[in-house]
Design a protein around this ligand. Sequence first.
Ligand SMILES: *Cc1c(COP(=O)(O)O)cnc(C)c1O
Length: 448
Amino acid sequence: MRHDESRALYDRALSVIPGGVNSSVRATRPYPFFIERGDGAHVVDADGNRYLDYVMGYGPLLYGHDPPEPVRAAIQSYASEGPMYGAPTEIEVELAEFVARHVPSVEMTRFVNSGTEATVSAVRLARGYTGRDKIVVMQGGYHGAQESTLVEGGPDGAEPSSPGIPSSFAEHTIPVPFNDSEAIEAVFAEHGDEIAAVLTEPILGNTGIVHPVDGYLERLRELTADHGALLIFDEVITGFRVGGLQCAQGKFGVTPDVTTFGKIVGGGFPVGAIGGRAAIIEQFTPSGDVFQSGTFSGHPVTMAAGYEYLSYAAENDVYEHVNRLAERLREGISDILEDQAPGYTVVGTDSMFKTVFTRGGAVGDAEHSDVCAAGCRQRESCSKYDTCPKTGADVADAETDRWERIFWQEMKERGIFLTANQFESQFVSYAHTEEDVEETLEAYKETL
Ligand SMILES: *Cc1c(COP(=O)(O)O)cnc(C)c1O
């Protein structure tokens, strides 16, 4: 594969864009390939190389790069007729009604422009609603580029994880390990009446893919309810993907007070949203006092794309298709691992998948039949239970450099575009086919 055009573009970009990219994860080594266009489940780069795409914009592109006709038509019509006004439009009401119809915890929704903006607003809302300051988050969880959650440390003390954030922000944030009920029980025992909210992804989706152990999300629900704190599910990545239109909260049967959305709900355009019970969401201005506002919020093109995206999924076999192909991928990768890398762990559910290059996870031959071939479910009876990743730290301990510097590079050279590091999830879209899956498994077999 030649990459001369991408190399030249990156050379130019480095002069005028910090690190040559507008989002850090895109700065792949030695330089990123610049994409010229998408084509179904594929992307084509500036040198004309074609890749089978499992990055899918890091989550939003449920249909791949050719959206269904109603989505395309809506985007074109709303883009050419405005595109935005600074006054309300019918389509934002339609999308809010759709979300309220399908997502168990949601009566009302405020739309914003990114997942980050959604979690920033949700944290402010929880603090305003409860009159408390502390937020509990999961180590290795991701809530976008926001001051209150860019922290490192543990229950005994947190520091900002980036320069530029005063440590006074981190003083109000308590990071705990995911899947550890005792750790968060201890935090509530000490700080119960100071905690505004527990903010967590129902499945950690930005640090490998870490499935909750049985009963963990239920425990979070009980603890928050008992102490008058809110439970906020950050479903920016799982929303309208895991569990289909009911989202991960429907799949797990645990109903949070507030949910943040992003990615898929904007149909490929910049979006975020905060949904929940009316009594809480109405605390936002202008119905309440918690300030929230945005020039582009509820942008008609985004609202139309999101509404048509979700409506199409409600009427077609979209989730069935993406979930079936991803399951086939996860099972196929499990088979390959059994022969070639028995220590590694296949993770993911619904249309999300990843292979975590876990260390020390090899089990004896006879025991392989009991591992979760379709993606780790944290079953205590599994022979890999002791080594499968349960926290963000477990994923960080994997062979992260091997993924980034060898595996990712070689898959790319074989025409398969995966997410650039060990942590980010990969996605199957409605445009992927059985043949794509077989081609991908062949490439995993050759590369692992
Ligand atoms: C992607 C993501 C965000 C941030 O969304 P942006 O639109 O990138 O700001 C927040 N939370 C989770 C769980 C995400 O996956």
